[in-house]
Design a protein around this ligand. Structure first.
Ligand code: MN
Length: 164
């Protein structure tokens, strides 16, 4: 598994701060199932680099810099989860994979995913092709695209002439 980064810790502290103002090493240790002593080290490093304000025994809060990176990571995570759910991936896998992908995608790829989710959500109903894809992902059975839809797509692409 990928080693946790500053982005991961910032995101976690951000989420934990919704429950309580100051986040303790024990909270992070419990969430990640690791030793509180190693969280102390992580908190010291995050504090040195200006992502959190940390006082031993009192706890940690995100700085403005920490909040920025946490919000950005959280937003990537949420959008990627939505994207994977649209593809028909189950919730647990979508959440876990989103938390990996959020750190490694190029900005252009991430922006395209954001736009993909936006375009799909712009439709009041789930687009037909997406239902088809979802069914294919979940059952392995790919339905034939109905002729009337092929016709609509051909007519539309003649009009818009977008490059592939
Ligand atoms: Mn995440």
């Amino acid at each position: 598994m990928r080693k946790k980064t500053i982005e991961d810790y910032a995101e976690l502290v951000y989420d934990l701060q919704k429950e309580k103002e100051k986040v303790h090493t024990n909270d992070v240790a419990a969430a990640l199932n690791i030793n509180p002593a190693s969280v102390t080290e992580i908190f010291q490093k995050l504090s040195e680099e200006g992502y959190i304000n940390y006082e031993k025994y009192i706890g940690a809060t995100l700085t403005e810099k920490g909040k920025r990176i946490a919000k950005k990571t959280r937003k990537r995570h949420d959008t990627l989860t939505k994207f994977l759910l649209l593809l028909g991936i189950d919730e647990k896998t979508a959440d876990e994979d989103a938390c990996e992908m959020e750190h490694i995608l190029h900005k252009d790829t991430m922006d395209a995913v954001i736009k993909f989710v936006e375009v799909v959500n712009q439709c009041k109903v789930t687009p037909f092709w997406l239902e088809r894809l979802k069914k294919y992902v979940q059952t392995g059975k790919l339905d034939k695209c109905p002729d009337e839809l092929v016709k609509i797509c051909i007519d539309h692409s003649k009009k818009t002439k977008l490059k592939n």
